[in-house]
Design a protein around this ligand. Sequence first.
Ligand code: PMP
Length: 287
Amino acid sequence: MKIWLNGELVDREDARITVYDHGVLYGDGVFEGIRVYGSRIFQVHAHIDRLFNSAQWIRLKIPYTKPEIIEALQATLRANQRTEGYIRLVVTRGEGTLGLNPTKCPHPNVFIIADNIELYPRQMYENGMPIIIAKTIRTSATMLNPAVKSLNYLNNIMAKIECLDANVLEAIMLNDKGFVAEATGDNVFIVKDNVLITPPPSAGILLGVTRGVVMKLAGRGQIKLAEKDIRPHEVHEADECFLTGTAAEVIPVTSVDGKSLGNGQVGPVTRKLMNDFHEFIRSPEAE
Ligand code: PMP
Protein backbone atom coordinates (compact mmCIF):
# COMPACT_ATOMS: atom_id res chain seq x y z
CA MET A 1 0.00 0.00 0.00
CA LYS A 2 1.22 3.49 -0.91
CA ILE A 3 0.65 6.42 1.40
CA TRP A 4 0.92 10.00 0.18
CA LEU A 5 3.13 11.85 2.68
CA ASN A 6 4.17 15.45 2.18
CA GLY A 7 4.24 15.24 -1.60
CA GLU A 8 5.62 11.72 -1.98
CA LEU A 9 4.09 8.31 -2.37
CA VAL A 10 5.80 5.98 0.09
CA ASP A 11 5.24 2.42 1.28
CA ARG A 12 3.01 2.09 4.31
CA GLU A 13 5.97 0.90 6.44
CA ASP A 14 7.90 4.04 5.53
CA ALA A 15 5.04 6.46 6.13
CA ARG A 16 6.23 7.89 9.43
CA ILE A 17 5.92 11.17 11.27
CA THR A 18 7.82 12.30 14.34
CA VAL A 19 6.64 11.76 17.91
CA TYR A 20 7.18 15.53 18.32
CA ASP A 21 4.31 16.19 15.89
CA HIS A 22 1.63 18.18 17.74
CA GLY A 23 -0.96 16.04 15.97
CA VAL A 24 0.34 13.17 18.11
CA LEU A 25 1.17 15.17 21.24
CA TYR A 26 -2.03 17.24 21.39
CA GLY A 27 -4.44 16.10 18.68
CA ASP A 28 -3.58 19.40 17.01
CA GLY A 29 -4.63 19.09 13.39
CA VAL A 30 -7.55 18.57 11.06
CA PHE A 31 -8.74 15.81 8.77
CA GLU A 32 -11.33 14.57 6.31
CA GLY A 33 -12.79 11.15 5.58
CA ILE A 34 -13.87 10.89 1.95
CA ARG A 35 -15.51 8.09 -0.05
CA VAL A 36 -14.58 6.91 -3.50
CA TYR A 37 -17.32 5.35 -5.61
CA GLY A 38 -16.60 4.07 -9.13
CA SER A 39 -13.33 6.06 -9.31
CA ARG A 40 -15.15 9.30 -8.43
CA ILE A 41 -14.17 11.11 -5.24
CA PHE A 42 -17.53 11.72 -3.57
CA GLN A 43 -18.33 15.41 -2.96
CA VAL A 44 -14.66 16.21 -3.21
CA HIS A 45 -15.06 20.01 -3.23
CA ALA A 46 -17.30 19.99 -0.13
CA HIS A 47 -14.68 17.94 1.72
CA ILE A 48 -11.73 20.05 0.60
CA ASP A 49 -13.56 23.28 1.45
CA ARG A 50 -14.37 21.91 4.91
CA LEU A 51 -10.74 20.87 5.44
CA PHE A 52 -9.49 24.34 4.57
CA ASN A 53 -12.17 25.96 6.77
CA SER A 54 -11.24 23.68 9.67
CA ALA A 55 -7.56 24.52 9.20
CA GLN A 56 -8.26 28.24 8.98
CA TRP A 57 -10.29 28.12 12.19
CA ILE A 58 -7.35 26.63 14.12
CA ARG A 59 -4.92 28.92 12.26
CA LEU A 60 -3.18 26.09 10.52
CA LYS A 61 -1.89 26.97 7.07
CA ILE A 62 -2.10 24.02 4.70
CA PRO A 63 1.07 24.10 2.58
CA TYR A 64 -0.80 23.14 -0.63
CA THR A 65 -3.56 24.67 -2.74
CA LYS A 66 -6.97 23.01 -3.03
CA PRO A 67 -6.25 21.77 -6.60
CA GLU A 68 -2.92 20.35 -5.40
CA ILE A 69 -4.68 18.43 -2.61
CA ILE A 70 -7.25 17.06 -5.07
CA GLU A 71 -4.45 15.98 -7.41
CA ALA A 72 -2.73 14.29 -4.43
CA LEU A 73 -5.94 12.39 -3.62
CA GLN A 74 -6.14 11.19 -7.22
CA ALA A 75 -2.47 10.25 -7.27
CA THR A 76 -2.96 8.17 -4.11
CA LEU A 77 -5.93 6.36 -5.65
CA ARG A 78 -3.97 5.69 -8.84
CA ALA A 79 -0.92 4.42 -6.94
CA ASN A 80 -3.12 1.94 -5.08
CA GLN A 81 -5.32 1.13 -8.10
CA ARG A 82 -8.27 1.96 -5.93
CA THR A 83 -11.64 2.72 -7.50
CA GLU A 84 -13.81 2.15 -4.40
CA GLY A 85 -13.10 2.84 -0.76
CA TYR A 86 -12.32 5.48 1.76
CA ILE A 87 -9.68 8.20 1.84
CA ARG A 88 -8.31 9.65 5.07
CA LEU A 89 -6.74 13.05 4.48
CA VAL A 90 -4.91 14.45 7.50
CA VAL A 91 -3.07 17.70 8.18
CA THR A 92 -1.22 17.82 11.49
CA ARG A 93 0.32 20.91 13.08
CA GLY A 94 3.74 19.34 12.46
CA GLU A 95 6.89 18.94 14.51
CA GLY A 96 7.27 21.31 17.44
CA THR A 97 8.54 21.48 20.99
CA LEU A 98 7.08 19.91 24.14
CA GLY A 99 4.68 22.77 24.71
CA LEU A 100 1.34 23.74 23.24
CA ASN A 101 2.58 26.73 21.23
CA PRO A 102 1.58 26.05 17.61
CA THR A 103 3.87 28.74 16.25
CA LYS A 104 6.78 26.44 17.13
CA CYS A 105 5.56 24.06 14.41
CA PRO A 106 6.53 25.63 11.09
CA HIS A 107 5.88 22.62 8.83
CA PRO A 108 2.51 20.85 8.93
CA ASN A 109 2.54 17.19 7.97
CA VAL A 110 0.04 16.18 5.29
CA PHE A 111 -0.78 12.57 4.56
CA ILE A 112 -3.36 10.59 2.62
CA ILE A 113 -4.41 6.98 3.19
CA ALA A 114 -6.65 5.18 0.68
CA ASP A 115 -8.16 2.07 2.21
CA ASN A 116 -11.42 0.26 2.91
CA ILE A 117 -13.75 1.06 5.76
CA GLU A 118 -16.69 -0.84 7.22
CA LEU A 119 -18.01 0.69 10.41
CA TYR A 120 -21.08 -1.43 11.01
CA PRO A 121 -22.04 -4.98 9.98
CA ARG A 122 -23.94 -5.23 6.63
CA GLN A 123 -26.84 -6.86 8.41
CA MET A 124 -27.55 -3.61 10.30
CA TYR A 125 -28.15 -1.78 7.01
CA GLU A 126 -30.98 -4.27 6.32
CA ASN A 127 -32.49 -4.56 9.78
CA GLY A 128 -31.41 -1.40 11.54
CA MET A 129 -29.13 -0.94 14.49
CA PRO A 130 -29.62 -0.41 18.19
CA ILE A 131 -28.09 2.74 19.70
CA ILE A 132 -28.11 4.57 23.02
CA ILE A 133 -28.25 8.19 24.06
CA ALA A 134 -24.88 8.85 25.67
CA LYS A 135 -24.33 10.59 28.98
CA THR A 136 -21.20 12.24 27.62
CA ILE A 137 -22.20 15.72 26.40
CA ARG A 138 -20.91 16.88 23.02
CA THR A 139 -18.25 19.57 23.30
CA SER A 140 -20.06 22.88 23.02
CA ALA A 141 -19.37 25.49 20.38
CA THR A 142 -18.01 27.80 23.06
CA MET A 143 -15.31 25.23 23.86
CA LEU A 144 -14.35 24.12 20.37
CA ASN A 145 -16.30 24.85 17.21
CA PRO A 146 -17.85 21.43 16.38
CA ALA A 147 -17.83 22.42 12.70
CA VAL A 148 -14.04 22.05 12.84
CA LYS A 149 -13.14 18.47 12.00
CA SER A 150 -10.13 18.32 14.27
CA LEU A 151 -7.93 15.44 15.38
CA ASN A 152 -9.39 15.86 18.89
CA TYR A 153 -11.94 13.04 19.08
CA LEU A 154 -11.70 12.14 22.77
CA ASN A 155 -15.12 13.67 23.50
CA ASN A 156 -16.62 11.36 20.87
CA ILE A 157 -14.47 8.42 21.96
CA MET A 158 -15.82 8.74 25.53
CA ALA A 159 -19.33 8.34 24.10
CA LYS A 160 -18.06 5.39 22.03
CA ILE A 161 -16.79 3.78 25.25
CA GLU A 162 -20.31 4.14 26.67
CA CYS A 163 -21.52 2.28 23.57
CA LEU A 164 -19.12 -0.58 24.23
CA ASP A 165 -20.37 -0.81 27.83
CA ALA A 166 -23.97 -0.89 26.54
CA ASN A 167 -23.11 -3.45 23.84
CA VAL A 168 -24.14 -1.19 20.94
CA LEU A 169 -22.11 0.43 18.17
CA GLU A 170 -23.36 4.01 18.21
CA ALA A 171 -24.65 6.70 20.52
CA ILE A 172 -26.47 9.97 20.10
CA MET A 173 -24.72 12.77 21.95
CA LEU A 174 -26.71 15.67 23.42
CA ASN A 175 -25.46 19.23 23.59
CA ASP A 176 -25.10 21.24 26.79
CA LYS A 177 -28.70 22.44 26.42
CA GLY A 178 -30.00 18.88 26.41
CA PHE A 179 -30.88 18.75 22.71
CA VAL A 180 -29.66 16.14 20.24
CA ALA A 181 -26.36 17.14 18.65
CA GLU A 182 -24.99 14.21 16.67
CA ALA A 183 -23.75 10.64 16.95
CA THR A 184 -20.09 9.91 17.74
CA GLY A 185 -19.11 10.17 14.08
CA ASP A 186 -22.40 10.65 12.25
CA ASN A 187 -25.28 13.11 11.95
CA VAL A 188 -28.75 12.24 13.24
CA PHE A 189 -32.15 12.31 11.52
CA ILE A 190 -35.54 11.30 12.91
CA VAL A 191 -38.91 10.94 11.18
CA LYS A 192 -42.11 11.89 12.97
CA ASP A 193 -45.51 11.97 11.24
CA ASN A 194 -43.77 11.90 7.83
CA VAL A 195 -41.59 14.91 8.61
CA LEU A 196 -37.84 14.43 8.46
CA ILE A 197 -36.15 16.30 11.31
CA THR A 198 -32.45 16.95 11.90
CA PRO A 199 -30.68 19.23 14.40
CA PRO A 200 -29.67 22.69 13.11
CA PRO A 201 -26.05 23.89 12.99
CA SER A 202 -26.74 25.78 16.25
CA ALA A 203 -27.09 22.41 18.03
CA GLY A 204 -23.29 22.17 17.84
CA ILE A 205 -22.70 19.66 15.06
CA LEU A 206 -20.25 18.90 12.34
CA LEU A 207 -21.99 19.93 9.12
CA GLY A 208 -21.80 16.52 7.53
CA VAL A 209 -21.35 16.22 3.80
CA THR A 210 -23.62 13.17 3.84
CA ARG A 211 -26.18 15.13 5.87
CA GLY A 212 -26.18 17.79 3.15
CA VAL A 213 -26.70 15.23 0.39
CA VAL A 214 -29.54 13.52 2.28
CA MET A 215 -31.25 16.88 2.86
CA LYS A 216 -31.01 17.61 -0.87
CA LEU A 217 -32.43 14.17 -1.72
CA ALA A 218 -35.29 14.68 0.76
CA GLY A 219 -36.18 17.93 -1.03
CA ARG A 220 -36.19 16.19 -4.40
CA GLY A 221 -38.30 13.36 -3.01
CA GLN A 222 -40.96 15.76 -1.68
CA ILE A 223 -40.17 14.70 1.87
CA LYS A 224 -40.97 17.46 4.35
CA LEU A 225 -37.79 18.51 6.13
CA ALA A 226 -37.31 20.52 9.32
CA GLU A 227 -33.98 21.58 10.79
CA LYS A 228 -34.88 22.01 14.44
CA ASP A 229 -33.81 21.12 17.95
CA ILE A 230 -34.72 17.58 19.01
CA ARG A 231 -35.24 16.54 22.61
CA PRO A 232 -34.21 13.04 23.73
CA HIS A 233 -37.84 11.97 24.29
CA GLU A 234 -38.59 12.89 20.66
CA VAL A 235 -35.98 10.34 19.59
CA HIS A 236 -37.61 7.65 21.75
CA GLU A 237 -41.02 8.57 20.30
CA ALA A 238 -39.85 8.89 16.67
CA ASP A 239 -41.34 6.72 13.92
CA GLU A 240 -37.94 6.32 12.30
CA CYS A 241 -34.34 7.30 12.90
CA PHE A 242 -31.16 7.05 10.86
CA LEU A 243 -27.58 8.25 10.97
CA THR A 244 -25.49 9.68 8.13
CA GLY A 245 -21.76 9.90 7.62
CA THR A 246 -19.08 9.33 5.03
CA ALA A 247 -18.06 5.97 6.44
CA ALA A 248 -21.53 5.02 7.75
CA GLU A 249 -23.39 6.25 4.62
CA VAL A 250 -27.10 6.06 5.63
CA ILE A 251 -27.70 3.56 8.43
CA PRO A 252 -31.13 2.89 9.93
CA VAL A 253 -31.65 2.91 13.69
CA THR A 254 -34.43 0.70 15.00
CA SER A 255 -33.95 0.88 18.75
CA VAL A 256 -32.78 3.52 21.20
CA ASP A 257 -31.85 2.77 24.81
CA GLY A 258 -33.28 -0.75 24.42
CA LYS A 259 -36.70 0.44 23.20
CA SER A 260 -37.90 -0.19 19.63
CA LEU A 261 -38.73 2.77 17.41
CA GLY A 262 -42.07 2.65 15.60
CA ASN A 263 -42.76 -0.97 14.68
CA GLY A 264 -39.11 -1.90 15.13
CA GLN A 265 -38.56 -2.21 11.36
CA VAL A 266 -36.69 0.05 8.98
CA GLY A 267 -39.32 2.64 8.01
CA PRO A 268 -40.39 3.82 4.53
CA VAL A 269 -38.77 7.29 4.64
CA THR A 270 -35.43 5.81 5.73
CA ARG A 271 -35.66 3.13 3.05
CA LYS A 272 -36.42 5.64 0.32
CA LEU A 273 -33.54 7.91 1.33
CA MET A 274 -31.15 4.96 1.54
CA ASN A 275 -32.15 3.94 -2.01
CA ASP A 276 -31.93 7.49 -3.31
CA PHE A 277 -28.53 7.88 -1.67
CA HIS A 278 -27.20 4.73 -3.33
CA GLU A 279 -28.46 5.94 -6.70
CA PHE A 280 -26.93 9.36 -6.13
CA ILE A 281 -23.44 8.07 -5.30
CA ARG A 282 -23.25 6.29 -8.66
CA SER A 283 -24.52 9.33 -10.59
CA PRO A 284 -22.33 12.00 -12.28
CA GLU A 285 -23.56 14.46 -9.62
CA ALA A 286 -21.73 12.49 -6.95
CA GLU A 287 -18.43 14.23 -7.57
N1 PMP B 1 -20.33 14.22 12.97
C1 PMP B 1 -19.09 13.86 13.35
C2 PMP B 1 -18.64 14.13 14.73
C3 PMP B 1 -18.23 13.23 12.43
O1 PMP B 1 -17.00 12.87 12.79
C4 PMP B 1 -18.70 12.98 11.12
C5 PMP B 1 -17.79 12.35 10.09
N2 PMP B 1 -17.37 11.07 10.44
C6 PMP B 1 -20.01 13.35 10.78
C7 PMP B 1 -20.79 13.98 11.74
C8 PMP B 1 -20.57 13.09 9.41
O2 PMP B 1 -19.96 13.94 8.47
P1 PMP B 1 -19.74 13.50 6.95
O3 PMP B 1 -21.07 13.14 6.41
O4 PMP B 1 -19.17 14.70 6.31
O5 PMP B 1 -18.80 12.34 6.96
